[in-house]
Design a binder for this molecule. Structure first.
Ligand SMILES: Nc1nc2c(ncn2[C@@H]2O[C@H](COP(=O)(O)OP(=O)(O)OP(=O)(O)O)[C@@H](O)[C@H]2O)c(=O)[nH]1
Ligand SMILES: [Mg+2]
Length: 207
């Protein structure tokens, strides 16, 4: 496994935006997708680990990332910023479109190596988060939970939140959990290591 130093980053470039699975780039490299509620910080996390503040669009208005955004990494893999869910003002038809494109992508993307679920550390396990977690378990997909915005709370609360989530999933072999701050960069080394490992350990299918 490559061992990046603390300052390393996953240098990446925007590749394409896809509205659905059929428009995704050819599945040739291992992929790590970022999912989570709107405003949890998916795009900010991507910018933090790629060391490029303007790579993925960060917005104060939730619900802006509607497409599946692909970034190609120099390390040899794709990072995918998925549209967020759970934004109250999203119209019913947009919600249905989201469900369809994300469900389809998660269920059938053959090169999907791992899913990073980004949650606000102050409000983890909301509606849909739980569904996604259960779905990952049933599908035997590697799931990495990021308790993001850790800079918003004190050290004790941060450790409490981590322990509580770890306890909840302690019987699951394909789940790992860490705290993260996209603002400050806390936890970036751990996440970068995982992603580089997944890029180098592609999905194997039985066929
Ligand atoms: N304090 C703090 N703010 C953060 C952190 N991560 C993200 N934010 C802020 O949270 C807001 C939403 O961040 P985004 O990265 O756009 O969230 P997203 O999950 O991509 O949202 P959608 O694209 O709508 O699904 C922005 O104002 C960010 O600056 C963090 O770790 N700490
Ligand atoms: Mg976003």
């Amino acid at each position: 496994m490559p061992k990046p130093s603390f300052n390393s980053r996953i240098e990446s470039e925007f590749l394409t935006s896809a509205p659905n699975l059929s428009k995704c780039p050819e599945p040739k490299l291992s992929e790590v997708a970022f999912a989570g509620r709107s405003n949890a910080g998916k795009s900010s996390v991507l910018n933090q680990i790629t060391g490029n503040k303007s790579l993925a669009k960060v917005s104060k208005t939730p619900g802006r990332t509607q497409m599946l955004n692909f970034f190609e990494s120099k390390a040899g893999g794709y990072l995918v910023d998925l549209p967020g869910y759970g934004y109250a003002k999203t119209s019913k038809s947009d919600q249905i479109a989201w469900q369809k494109s994300v469900n389809e992508y998660l269920s059938f993307r053959e090169t999907l190596r791992a899913l990073v679920l980004v949650m606000d550390i102050r409000r983890p396990n909301q509606e849909y988060d739980q569904e996604l977690i259960n779905w990952a378990k049933e599908s035997d997909l590697t799931l990495h939970i990021l308790l993001n915005k850790s800079d918003k709370i004190g050290t004790n609360k941060k450790l409490d939140a981590l322990r509580k989530t770890q306890l909840e999933y302690k019987h699951w072999s394909n789940v790992s959990i860490q705290t993260f701050s996209a603002l400050k960069g806390d936890g970036r080394g751990e996440l970068i290591n995982k992603i580089l490992y997944w890029f180098g350990d592609p999905v194997t299918t039985s066929s």
